[in-house]
Design a binder for this molecule. Structure first.
Ligand code: GDP
Length: 444
């Protein structure tokens, strides 16, 4: 998880502050020295850290202290506000032209940053908002780029405009906009060519497209795992061609998070989205306030709710709630609830957004072990429909057959059935537990 170690360290600093009745200036100084080290270890750029600490210090030893607030809480509040401000304060959306007017978005970035994947991810997001996006394959240098865009476009149900790899990218971009006009598209996303390093040719080509076309938004895709390189690349692109925003990919694999914290402060441009995985649905809007909450272990309940809303079929959830209330659910329902959890990114992804859970992740992850969930799934799938809906029929010979079918030891089948029975018993004993009327989301 991104920011894991930073989050851990900051929470430890605050824990030691909270245990003190009063804070002296020396306490604040010591705490901030720890915060500074934690930020540097998270690969936040030195200049950014220095400025950050200065701002927090000025505020922490200033007027707020005299107000006699709970000192520990006050420092956390200030650090939280400064973190939000560091990441850009406001959430920035892609600016789109109204109605049928065509918005042209140019995607830029180094090779391997995730540009082609992100282009398709964004197209999917815009499509789900009712827009009609067209993707334009302007990367004529990397052999597989056009094909990759076509495959991803197809997965998203979004058309890809291509003129092969023999044409000039400027002509392809122009051709795409013409095509969009005559075919009712209202967003054109240009997937341009990247290079391994920042070089003049690439910058010139992007500049040529910008000069020839009315580009509304230039979005830079950078790889979070490259840390400070991502920050420098953003700065360079912004100076050379001018960018409107950054998309930070592979945040799922970046344990430090330095780029996310430094980009806005360094190049002045906001992060619009973060890539959280290879799947085309793994793109999240970037919310500075929610990210700060996650870092400080205060959870990100808003994102959790949105994820649930986007992925959970309300009718199924209601149905499940009724069954749970009456303790009527069978293994099929168990399977269904597991698939809902998976759709939301798995147990660890859900837990990481819960308040106070962020820094406890390693323990919980090993306890839950998502591989185990795969085995549970295999066991349930080896049952007959009758066994799934009425687990009471599961006698030893049936269990033996199921274990064989799932390729697990019979003890695992016994354990699952026992857990399941306990759960049903619990539900029966607590009829009021599910509370309220039907229709609440996310109960499973
Ligand atoms: P391009 O050269 O910039 O067009 O990069 P690609 O779109 O081909 O992506 C390079 C690799 O990064 C591919 O294997 C992608 O699946 C992977 N990738 C892209 N975005 C993400 C992300 O947010 N998380 C992870 N884990 N992988 C990503």
């Amino acid at each position: 998880m991104a920011f894991e170690s930073l989050s851990d360290k900051l929470q430890n600093v605050f824990k030691s502050l909270r245990s003190k009745g009063r804070l002296t200036e020396a306490d604040v100084k010591t705490a901030l020295r720890e915060v500074k080290l934690a930020l540097l270890e998270a690969d936040v750029s030195f200049k950014v850290v220095r400025q950050f600490i200065k701002s927090v210090q000025e505020r922490a030893v200033g007027q707020d202290v005299m107000n006699g607030l709970n000192p520990g809480q006050m420092v956390i509040k200030i650090v939280n506000e400064e973190l939000v401000s560091l990441m850009g304060s406001e959430t920035t959306e892609i600016a789109l032209r109204p109605g049928s007017e065509i918005t042209v978005i140019m995607m830029a970035g180094l090779q391997g940053a995730g540009k082609t994947t992100t282009t398709a991810k964004i197209a999917g997001k815009l499509k789900s908002k009712g827009r009609k996006p067209l993707l334009a394959a302007c990367d004529v240098y990397r052999p597989a780029a056009i094909k990759q865009l076509q495959i991803n476009g197809e997965k998203q149900g979004v058309e890809v405009f291509s003129m092969g790899d023999k044409q000039n990218p400027v002509d392809i971009a122009k051709g795409a906009v013409e095509y969009a006009k005559s075919h009712g598209f209202n967003v054109v996303i240009l997937d341009t060519a990247g290079r391994l390093h920042v070089d003049e040719d690439m910058m010139q080509e992007l500049q040529n497209i910008k000069t020839a076309l009315d580009v509304d938004q230039t979005l830079l895709v950078v790889d979070a795992m490259t840390g400070q390189d991502a920050v420098n690349v953003s700065d360079m692109f912004n100076q050379k061609i001018g960018i409107d925003g950054v998309i930070l990919t592979k945040l799922d694999g970046d344990t430090r998070g330095g780029a996310a914290l430094s980009i806005k402060a360094t190049c002045g441009k906001p992060i619009l989205f973060v890539g959280m995985g290879e799947k085309l649905s793994d793109l999240e809007q970037f919310y500075p306030d929610r990210m700060a909450s996650r870092i400080l272990g205060m959870g990100d309940v808003m994102s959790l709710i949105e994820k649930a809303q986007a992925n959970i079929d309300e009718e199924k959830a209601r149905d499940m709630e009724q069954k749970l209330k009456k303790a009527q659910f069978g293994f099929d329902d168990y399977l269904e609830s597991m698939s809902q959890v998976k759709k939301m990114g798995g147990i660890s992804s859900i837990l990481s957004m819960m308040p106070g859970m962020g820094n406890k992740m390693p323990d919980i992850e090993s306890a839950i072990d998502e591989k185990k969930m795969g085995r549970i799934e295999a066991i349930i799938l080896s049952m007959t429909p009758q066994e799934r809906s009425n687990p009471d029929v599961l006698n030893p010979s049936r269990k033996k057959r199921i274990a064989k079918g799932a390729g697990v030891d019979i003890s695992e089948v016994n354990r699952l059935v026992k857990q399941f029975e306990q759960m049903r018993k619990m539900m029966k004993q607590l009829p009021g537990m599910m509370g309220g009327k039907g229709g609440k989301r996310g109960k499973f």
